[in-house]
Write a protein that binds this ligand. Structure first.
Ligand SMILES: [Cu+2]
Length: 164
């Protein structure tokens, strides 16, 4: 599994760089990708452009979701991306700007619903979370200088009928 191997190495690098005190910021990615979920939502970044390749993703409220940042960049080392979901459009600028100087580009802000770790060129990162109540939740990339260009919407739809 080359991808999992690369992720394991990446996790190790992050742990070494951040120290044990900040371990919770970069959860074990191999475990995150292995976790059973109801829905997997993939947000690809355009190849060699500062943009998401999707504008809208959706899942039912309450669903257990794996949100994946798939960074398709092949050249620039500066094209590092994440997916940070916030609870209102009003929070996008604040979180985007604070993210530029925050550890791992994740500010301490109550508007953040969930986020993936940063993904370098060719990498995938993910987070598993429970979908919030029905509504629309903007997402942005908080890598410095990106949030004005990398924006999308996560839609939480009314919960699915229980399976028979
Ligand atoms: Cu980005």
């Amino acid at each position: 599994m080359p991808r999992l191997g690369a992720l394991a190495v990446l996790s190790l690098l992050f742990l070494v760089a951040c120290g044990p005190g900040e371990q919770e910021i970069t959860p074990d990615q191999a475990a995150v990708f292995a976790e059973p979920v109801d829905v997997e939502l993939v947000v690809p970044a355009e190849r060699n452009a500062m943009a998401y390749a999707v504008e809208r993703i959706e899942a039912p409220a309450g669903a257990r979701v794996r949100l994946v940042m798939d960074n398709r960049e092949t050249t620039s080392r500066a094209m590092v991306h994440n997916v940070v979901v916030v609870n209102s459009a009003a929070a996008m600028d604040r979180v985007g700007q604070a993210g530029a100087s925050a550890p791992n580009n994740i500010p301490d802000d109550p508007a953040i619903v969930t986020y993936t770790p940063l993904a370098g060129p060719g990498e995938q990162t993910a987070v598993v979370f429970e979908m919030p109540p029905p509504g629309t939740y903007p997402f942005i990339c908080t890598f410095p200088g990106h949030f004005q260009f990398m924006q999308g919407t996560l839609v939480s739809t009314p919960p699915a009928e229980p399976a028979e």
